[in-house]
Design a protein around this ligand. Sequence first.
Ligand code: ACO
Length: 291
Amino acid sequence: MTKKPTAKKSVKEKTASKYKYNNVLVEQRKDGITFLILNRPEKRNAMSPELHHEMDDALERLAVDSNTKVLILTGAGKAFCAGQDLKTYFRGLSNDPVARSRAAAASESWRSYRLIGFPKPTIAMVNGFVFGGGLTPIVSCDVAIASHTAKFGISEINWGHIPGGLVGWNVNQVMSFRDAMWYSISGDTFNGKEAAAMKFVNFSVSHAKLKSETLKIARKLLKKNPWAIRYTKEAIRSVRDMNMEQAADYLRCKSDALQRVDKEQGRQEGMRQFLDEKSFRPGVGTYNRKK
Ligand code: ACO
């Protein structure tokens, strides 16, 4: 009997995952790139208490999952994240202080501590609407890329609230004081192109190219020495609030620590390939990690 030609592998087969949640989708690709997707498209990925608990759990597990080497955070459907779920997070928990306190802890944990402390590179892929508390995880990611047409807003003022949680602090981390103030008091929206111009995100691309351009960034980061990239991202964040002497001391210690943890001894290998072998130039490329 002649065999039927096998169909092209579907994206699903390439992205099978053992992680199962109700509000979050985890797609682990074979190349080590993992998509972590806020998955309440019908509610524009507004963050319910359950979503917070699931995101907290997923990030805790993916941080130590050797199949995840670069993480891409995005939203299903036409939104990245419409902020806190005003119905289930605010109104729904207003008479349940214990559940409210637990949801608030999970909310801060995943959007700030777990994402900032994630030991591998993180990329926010902003595909659509993002408001209020939805901005926080973007700021916590190492890199951010947006569709030109994504719509951002610090919208709290529009419903008589302040950019609480950590939003007021977050926007000041990456926006100029003028932009942070203006968008916070006006509630005006800005698009992906404008977000890139004001450096709220690194890059803005056409919506059609958003995924492929994000994957290009992920693949670039995948090529780097994973211990060096972890220590670099930690160092770049940490030194922001230090004075020069503290930063010099911290960076010296961090640099020494890297030599101890780096299983492929990249510094020595990089120098060997450049100085002895003359097989690459560190100014314009990465050493060959397979040698
Ligand atoms: N909280 C609760 N439900 C929400 C939220 C939210 N933040 N955002 C969207 N939804 C729900 C809507 O109530 C609606 O539910 P329903 O179908 O049961 O009626 C569904 O998601 C779809 O929303 P629409 O408004 O119909 O979708 P549309 O595409 O027209 O608009 C938009 C999308 C612009 C995001 C709009 O939903 C919106 O303004 N949402 C609120 C954004 C916001 O300001 N969030 C709070 C930020 S402040 C903070 O996070 C603390």
